[in-house]
Write a protein that binds this ligand. Structure first.
Ligand SMILES: [Zn+2]
Length: 310
């Protein structure tokens, strides 16, 4: 084998002949390089992850991974749809509830005979504000967003109306509570009427300024309306007595009590127990002498006893 070496700089050539063993050595070198490289590469690849290289096994793994991802995406889509359906259902529920609230509000307004102009549970709340262009990004599902916002506004509006309605009703309830009605006892019977009668002590004709209710000693005496206690204790002729001022010129007295359970200045509720029945003062037996004063003068309590609560 003859090898010619050409010098690049001088263009001169040198040639030499290779003998048997040098030729074998050179061949080994030339062939050895790719073989060695291949061996190296294989040994390197065998050490790396199988999924990085397209072998039949790794291709299967890839396809499996893809399928798994597809299933996950499908699952996510399904869940999202399910959630959306749930939210839609919830919104529908809220709307239905709002309709019922509106009906209740209207009924209450009618029942309370309130000015309809002030309350309108059928109107869409007054809304306003400058028109604004929506960004493309914000334009996703605008209907849903709008429905939710309107629902929120409607609920806010109804809340305010119902609050006002409640306040008005509470005020009316208060007026109702100071409205005199019913008997000053739970158990017992009327034993003497208002007006002219013969005095139980001396038999002479006298004026009975209240009505008497007889019952068991120690039984409850209740206030016929809300008010403020203006007397609690002994009073000539009345024995142990409780007086309650109800406002609007009305005062009630509960006399001949065994014991008073309230103090002057106490604010009491309608129906509250103010004393226990007894027979103190000018009394022949356990009873309560009940008087009603209107602008400082006694009136027949019967008219108030028999009227029902407004
Ligand atoms: Zn009496």
């Amino acid at each position: 084998m003859k090898i010619i070496v050409v010098s690049k700089r001088h263009g001169s050539t040198r040639s030499f002949t290779l003998g048997g063993w040098t030729r074998a050595l050179l061949s080994a070198c030339i062939v050895g390089i790719p073989v060695g490289a291949a061996t190296l590469a294989v040994s390197h690849l065998s050490n790396t992850d199988a999924s990085d290289v397209m072998t039949p096994e790794s291709a299967l793994a890839w396809s499996e991974s893809l399928e798994r991802q597809e299933a996950e995406v499908e699952e996510a889509r399904y869940l999202t749809e399910k959630k959306l359906a749930a939210i839609t259902l919830r919104v529908a529920e809220l709307q239905a509830r709002l309709v019922r609230l509106d009906a209740l509000g209207e009924r209450l307004t009618t029942m309370a005979k309130l000015d309809n102009g002030e309350f309108d549970f059928s109107r869409v709340p007054a809304l306003g504000g400058p028109e604004e262009d929506l960004d493309e990004a914000n334009y996703a599902a605008p209907d849903f967003q709008l429905v939710l916002e309107q629902l929120g506004e409607q609920i806010e509006d109804r809340q305010q109306q119902l609050d006002t309605l409640e306040a008005l009703m509470a005020k009316r309830k208060l007026q109702n509570d100071v409205f005199l009605a019913g008997r000053p006892i739970k158990k017992g019977w009327m034993s003497s009427r208002y007006g002219r009668r013969s005095d139980p002590f001396n038999g002479r004709i006298a004026w009975h300024a209240g009505v008497d209710f007889a019952g068991k000693a120690g039984s409850n005496i209740i206030a016929v309306a809300a008010g403020v206690v203006t007397w609690s204790g002994e009073r000539y002729g009345y024995g142990e007595m409780v007086e309650v001022n109800h406002g609007n010129g009305f005062t009630t007295r509960y006399a001949h009590c065994k014991e008073s359970l309230v103090n002057v200045g106490d604010v009491i509720k309608k129906g509250q127990i103010v004393a226990l029945m007894g027979s103190t003062g000018r009394s022949t037996g356990p009873h309560v002498h009940f008087e009603v004063y209107k602008n400082g003068r006694t009136v027949d309590p019967a008219a108030y006893i028999h009227r029902t609560n407004r």
